[in-house]
Design a binder for this molecule. Sequence first.
Ligand SMILES: Cc1cc2nc3c(=O)[nH]c(=O)nc-3n(C[C@H](O)[C@H](O)[C@H](O)COP(=O)(O)OP(=O)(O)OC[C@H]3O[C@@H](n4cnc5c(N)ncnc54)[C@H](O)[C@@H]3O)c2cc1C
Length: 330
Amino acid sequence: METILVIVHTETDGSLAKPALEAIAAAKTLGSFSVGLIGADTQKAANQIAGCGAAKFLTVTGAEFAQPRYATDAAAAEAIAKAAAATIIIIPHTSRWGRVAAGVAARLAGRADTHVTGVTTSGITRWYYRQRMEAQMNRTQRPWLIALDPGCVAPLECPAGTAATTPVSVTAMSRTQVTGIKAPEASQQTIRPDAKLLFVAGAGWTKKQADGATHVPEAAEIILGFLNASKSSLGSSKSLVDISGEGGAVLPFMSHLNQVGQTGATPRHPKGLSTCCHGEEPHTVGWRFINERRAISLDPNCGWARGKADVLYVADAFAVMRKVNALLAK
Ligand SMILES: Cc1cc2nc3c(=O)[nH]c(=O)nc-3n(C[C@H](O)[C@H](O)[C@H](O)COP(=O)(O)OP(=O)(O)OC[C@H]3O[C@@H](n4cnc5c(N)ncnc54)[C@H](O)[C@@H]3O)c2cc1C
């Protein structure tokens, strides 16, 4: 009989974010479970999920646990796991939890598996070789720390209420102080994992067009115009993000973080629209989890035409996206 625990942290407003609710939903499918909450104020989060059916709400509360920091996060997770005597521990695989997963498993003499895409009573699923092979796995070692990738499970929906919590005391020391966060402005933040649409730009946007000239500033304006109007997430082909290294004309807001594909990211969005991209296998392998795929390319023989896209528009992406932006502006 497993003792199942899910550990999540609260946001700055005291609530639980979507990846936390997904991890709790996953734990709920396994049977009886408890929830560990870490944050400056954990009562608000406990109340938010009061009706989730958890046997216990174990909390580590304090201003020092608000900051995303290895020393305090790992100490808090370790203390909660020990207090619950957990054998299966589920955490969301956010960057914050990904940083402490291995350390917490080592402190508990357990094992950790990361980038897990599914959890059932008979084990976990995760992908290997850049999402080419799906493995079903189990382990005998306990405790087993399972870091669930965001976007794989529908988030928990349950009534709020007033939850009784069990505080767990931790003395966590750290020399690291988080003094602030430097992040691009929301309008420049082009990677949006929760967006309904992935918009991919390929190298074609920077190539010579029918008039024999390049139109990079116009390409940037069209792409940013679409992203700001549609709030979609921006992906790129490798060729486009590599151009900067070769001293070519580049889109200033594009970086290697945007790259989708074999050597890039494998994002999860319900829909994808590829533009000015050839749709070669090393790129389209990163589209594995995009459900509905459309592409705009001048080349009727491109990879998208060969079964990689549901719909291919053989057209000039400059003209199509200009028109789309005009329609969105209405
Ligand atoms: C080991 C390895 C790993 C790789 N990993 C990745 C990866 O992770 N991700 C990745 O993306 N690639 C990866 N690649 C590279 C990949 O094979 C392709 O070279 C790359 O995806 C091509 O990018 P592209 O389609 O943007 O550029 P191009 O091949 O230059 O294609 C540009 C396209 O734009 C079209 N076009 C031009 N102008 C217009 C217009 N006005 N309207 C519409 N269409 C237009 C052209 O017809 C053309 O089809 C990898 C390659 C290798 C060998």
